[in-house]
Design a protein around this ligand. Structure first.
Ligand SMILES: [Zn+2]
Length: 440
């Protein structure tokens, strides 16, 4: 695809049309959006602080060995970020969120970044998957707090310079950032998901909630290789949600998405989100896109959140649109989708799926044995009496099984669509364990 947005005007119009109708837009952001504000990634070649790579310091082990050194590293990063400003892409997202909110629609940012630039740009609905440089966690009372002080504690003043390796003594434990909760005074650590740690379950649950609602998705400045975020957009695409990727170059997941815009996101994102609440955008895209989009929402199982009723001024879904949906679903096989569902909801998915299969099988068996009795076939091969009954029952069961097999995609679709709600319900009544609290 040609670089820049000019060559993709038609695609842009289609996307704008989709966004103009979307009720719950999710924007997945990664390091690429912050690079344009001058934030280094501390990944890849050159990503060193003193002689350390990020992964040497971003771990519980490193913090236990030398909390002073780890705090210096994060102090350096906090101070660096505070000298940088949110860019046009951050600001466009914040502005779009506010404009949409005013008309009862939503835009949520789910970010892998820890720099807080989305919030500084004015975004309110931000899910920080990997935590934040400006949040702390107390190791004693486990409370999370936001702290944007510069420096975070007096002892870190003038520390963290990448070029002063070994020239300063470690900061005593009691002078490192300490909990301000009443008399707790416990040692604080950065509220960041370190190497070897799991993402916090409450944050994952919030992200899942937003993804459940999502009816249009933008992927901005992420190479789509860091999990679980790398799974989010392909999963949405497989569900039929329009996904648009914005990056400097193609990524391993580009082929899965409906749209791909190359170029600096400080140029592409403001352009895409401009006049997002302007109703004239709705007609600017191709009609096919509109139809596809509305159709997907009509099929949604979560009627509470997708409260759009089928528009009477729109013709019924065309076959072309159904093909489109089919194509995007085929990109992830049933097996892959089942894996994703198992990752999210554990064995409940399997139990639920087996249950649905048995119910369908039972229903088909009943239908066959009541209407489509195969007695004539059994009589033809010369069986009668007890053995005839057994043969009839067996062949009815085999027929029901075969039909159920043909209906496999329907079974899977029911499973994928209903499991989130079943799990949520089972958690609410206490049968399944609720999501765990963030690790300390
Ligand atoms: Zn505390």
């Amino acid at each position: 695809m040609a670089s820049g947005i000019a060559a993709t005007k038609a695609e842009l119009a289609k996307l704008k049309c989709i966004l103009s109708r979307a009720k719950n837009i999710v924007v997945l952001t990664g390091a690429g959006i912050s690079v344009e504000s001058g934030i280094p990634t501390f990944r890849g070649p050159g990503g060193f602080w003193r002689t350390y790579r990020s992964q040497d310091l971003a771990s519980v082990g490193a913090f236990k060995r030398n909390p002073s050194l780890v705090w210096e590293f994060y102090h350096y990063r906090r101070e660096l970020v505070l000298t940088k400003q949110p860019n046009k892409a951050h600001k466009a997202l914040a502005e779009a969120e506010a404009n949409l909110k005013a008309v009862g629609r939503r835009l949520t940012v789910i970010t892998q970044n820890i720099d807080g630039l989305h919030q500084r740009a004015g975004s309110k609905e931000v899910v920080e998957l990997h935590g934040s440089l400006f949040k702390t966690l107390c190791l004693k009372c486990h409370s999370m707090d936001t702290d944007t002080n510069s420096p975070i504690c007096p002892a870190l003043q003038g520390r963290g310079d990448p070029s002063t390796e070994g020239s300063q003594k470690d900061i005593p434990l009691e002078e490192l950032p300490r909990c301000k909760n009443n008399d707790c005074k416990g040692l604080l650590r950065p509220y960041i998901v370190w190497f070897g740690e799991n993402l916090h379950e409450d944050i994952l649950a919030r992200a899942d909630y937003e993804l459940d609602l999502c009816d249009a998705c933008l992927v901005v400045g992420t190479s789509s290789v860091v999990y679980p975020a790398a799974m989010y957009a392909p999963t949405l695409a497989a569900r039929g949600v329009p996904v648009a990727e914005f990056n400097l170059e193609s990524t391993p997941a580009t082929h899965l998405f409906k749209f791909h815009f190359e170029g600096p996101c400080t140029e592409t994102i403001p352009e895409v989100l401009k006049d997002i609440c302007d109703p004239s955008n709705i007609d600017s895209g191709s009609n096919k896109e509109n139809l596809f989009f509305v159709h997907r929402r009509m099929m949604s199982t979560d009627a509470k959140h997708h409260d759009i009723s089928p528009s009477s001024d729109l013709p019924p879904p065309s076959t072309e649109k159904s093909d489109l949906k089919k194509k995007s679903t085929e990109k992830l096989s049933m097996k892959a989708r089942l894996k994703i569902a198992m990752r999210d909801y554990g064995s409940t998915v399997i139990v639920f799926h087996i249950g649905i299969s048995l119910i369908m099988l039972g229903g088909l068996y009943a239908a066959f044995s009541s209407g489509l009795e195969l007695t004539w076939l059994v009589e033809k091969v010369g069986l009668s009496g007890r053995s005839g009954e057994i043969a009839t029952g067996a062949s009815t069961f085999v027929m029901a099984y075969a039909v159920n097999k043909v209906l496999a995609p329907v079974r899977f679709s029911i499973t994928f669509a209903c499991t989130p709600f079943v799990v949520r319900y089972l958690r609410s009544v206490g049968i399944l364990k609720p999501p765990k609290a963030p690790p300390s």
